[in-house]
Design a protein. Structure first.
Length: 147
């Protein structure tokens, strides 16, 4: 199943997560349903998202580090709280810390329900890290595995 706020086509693209949230239905309801559907099956859940959008390089690294630390702790509630707190700081040109936050919340919750215990961040970079990358306006990226 693909849950995405980025490049993968999945449930988020038909607006399921946004509608649930707008209607006051917690994301963990979808995670619970997903977990029950996949229990005992050999399945892969993919959540795709970019991290920070458009701040300058150093601010992106700070914002992305907050997301990476919360994901590494396997704690969707802390992830949401940490991102909300950081966005309140009004960092110039920081439009979002994770455009696919909903899919990531669902993935973290569902993975826990399915018995996952570990998170490993495989790679972090932002668009300013590549040759000729513009460090004045970047987008962050992270790859992580949960099992």
């Amino acid at each position: 199943m693909a849950l995405s706020g980025g490049g993968v086509r999945g449930l988020a693209h038909i607006g399921v997560l946004k509608v649930l949230e707008r209607e006051g239905i917690p994301v963990h309801f979808l995670a619970g349903t997903l977990g029950e559907c996949l229990k005992g099956k050999n399945a892969l859940i993919v959540a795709s998202t970019d991290l920070s959008h458009y701040p300058e390089y150093d601010e992106a690294v700070k914002a992305d580090r907050i997301v990476i630390e919360a994901v590494s702790k396997f704690d969707p509630a802390e992830l949401r709280h940490s991102m909300d707190e950081h966005m309140r700081l009004g960092v110039p040109e920081l439009h979002t810390m994770m455009c696919g936050a909903g899919p990531v919340y669902v993935l973290l919750e569902a993975a826990k329900l399915l018995g996952a215990k570990r998170v490993k961040v495989l790679k972090y970079a932002n668009s300013g890290d590549v040759p000729f990358g513009d460090k004045n306006q970047v987008v962050g990226y992270m790859a992580a595995a949960i099992w």
